[in-house]
Design a binder for this molecule. Sequence first.
Ligand code: SF4
Ligand code: SF4
Length: 116
Amino acid sequence: MESLPCLGCKGLCCGPVPVTENELKRIKKKIKTMPSKIRSELESQNRYFGTCIFYDINNDRCGIHSVRPEICRMFGYYKELVCFRNPELATKNMEPSDFKVYAGMLTIDFTWDDFK
Ligand code: SF4
Ligand code: SF4
């Protein structure tokens, strides 16, 4: 699958995203098992207001990539989740089953304090 030209975007599309309870659990586990130096470096980065709390601006990538929420994986590939830098990639349609029961919004309802 062709991928998105994310390098250099500096988290442009990484704002608050909906998360499920299971996703929260996976993220918590990941944060807890991170080496403390890496965790505190990620936590203390200066982000723009509204940028995802886990965006790793120093390395220009998601700081929790392996456990990022499903909605982040889908972004750019669905007509409802278009990336303006490569809109042609958004070819799939979201089905009712793609919408989950969400626990809340990451970055708004859940912040770093919730993952310690
Ligand atoms: S999905 Fe699009 S807007 Fe988001 S980082 Fe990638 S290229 Fe940039
Ligand atoms: S979890 Fe990762 S991919 Fe999803 S919005 Fe946050 S930084 Fe971006």
